[in-house]
Design a protein around this ligand. Structure first.
Ligand SMILES: Cc1ncc(COP(=O)(O)O)c(C=O)c1O
Length: 382
């Protein structure tokens, strides 16, 4: 079997559905499904007798995710959502009045709003840098706004509406020597594009389970340099901030020194173990192979849309750098309104998202060329 054939063999979706909203919610892979079934059954049959084993499985999931992100297991904290992971940083790095946080003007709410609120509470300024035409996000433009008041640069690696990509290496190189915090929401890239936390040198990355990682909804995570983790006081505090549920309570205990200090109590075990299994699967199938296939499909999709006279929000030029395609009708396109496009997609059970200037579709490597062809045939308006 070809490497991509192997990856596809882990997806078993209902016939008649076309999954093109992988930037929203991807179908999950069958290894993730299997570990959830396995642990549900063990909980039913064994109760307390599987206590140590499930904790070990969570530990293993942390190692699997760490391997996948190229980070230390102790750099990773699990949360329930990306918003929670961002909030841990935004509300606890002790922002001061007049300090500044810089972001793009097209960030997703779970990344934007915690920073907006943290700035409001601290009397700090939130600066939103205007994207280029076509919603492009060239990092030089953002870095040109940095001043001696800039405390944090918080941006998405890949923007959720447009698929615009920012150069994280250039960001880290600029910010590290100036002591500016770099916080990156990488939810729209991790799982489909290669990523190395160690290699990049950014301070912190947040992401989650249910898009390109093809895992169940319910996990947000923070991956943070250990020296930066120690600069943040934990937002949530409980037994696991200090030790485990086995430890006697002790009012003089001190928090853990690594990112595990941010996990206060019991966790969403099933979803975390599934995320670990998904990270392992994607690593085994090679993210570079997945990337190539997803980008090829996205390219065929955007070329096909152009040939039908739809307008592409080509943030990164005409060559797809990410699998996200945002398109709109034009005077010459067969379907003339966004509503007409959506009506056709809904009728034909093709998932999509209405985002920013138009409609967003985002093929993953579990899609195949037939999905793209079916989609394009719907856009012909016949
Ligand atoms: C860039 C980005 N970050 C985060 C999220 C999800 O945030 P949360 O886990 O808080 O729902 C999304 C999508 O829903 C997203 O596109």
């Amino acid at each position: 079997m070809s490497p991509i054939g192997e990856f596809r063999s882990f997806f078993k979706t209902d016939p008649g559905l076309t999954h093109l909203n992988n930037a929203g919610l991807s179908p999950i892979n069958i290894e993730a499904e299997a570990v959830v079934h396995y642990w549900v059954e063990r909980y039913r049959r064994e109760g307390m007798f599987c206590d140590a084993a499930y904790l070990e499985a969570v530990d293993n999931a942390r190692k699997q995710l760490a391997r996948f992100l190229d980070a230390e297991p102790g750099s990773i904290a699990f949360f329930q959502s990306t918003a929670n992971a961002v909030s841990q940083i935004a509300f606890h790095l002790n922002l001061k009045p007049r300090q500044e946080v810089i972001m793009w003007d097209q960030e997703y709410g779970s990344h934007l709003y915690p920073w907006q609120e943290a700035c409001k509470r601290a009397g700090a300024d939130l600066t939103l840098v205007e994207s280029d035409p076509m919603m492009a996000t060239p990092i030089e433009k953002l870095l040109a706004k940095v001043s001696d008041r800039t405390r944090v640069i918080a941006i998405s690696w890949i923007q959720f509406q447009s698929g615009a990509i920012s150069d994280l290496k250039a960001l880290a190189a600029f910010a590290e020597s100036r002591g500016i915090w770099t916080v990156v929401d990488a939810f729209q890239g991790i799982g489909v594009l290669p990523f190395s936390f160690r290699g990049l040198g950014i301070d912190a990355v947040v992401g989650g389970s249910h898009k390109w990682m093809t895992s169940p909804v319910g996990v947000g995570y923070l991956c943070i340099k250990q020296e930066r983790a120690r600069q943040l006081i934990p937002h949530n505090v409980g037994a696991y901030t200090f030790g485990t549920c086995e430890d006697p309570t002790d009012l003089s205990c001190t928090p853990k020194q690594d990112a595990l200090r941010f996990e206060a109590g019991s966790k969403q075990v099933l979803e975390i173990i599934a995320l670990g299994a998904s990270a392992d699967l994607i690593q085994r199938c090679k993210v570079e192979t997945i990337q190539k296939t997803a980008l090829d499909l996205a390219q065929k999709l955007s070329d096909g849309l152009r040939a039908l006279d739809y307008q592409i929000t080509a943030s990164n030029g005409e060559r797809q750098m990410t699998p996200i395609v945002n398109f709109s009708p034009s005077e010459k396109s067969p379907l003339k309104t966004v509503d007409a496009i959506i009506e056709s997609l809904v009728k034909n059970k093709t998932s999509y998202a209405r985002r920013g200037p138009g409609v967003r579709v985002a093929p993953h490597a579990h899609n195949d060329i037939k999905d793209v062809e079916n989609f394009l045939s719907l856009l012909k308006g016949r």
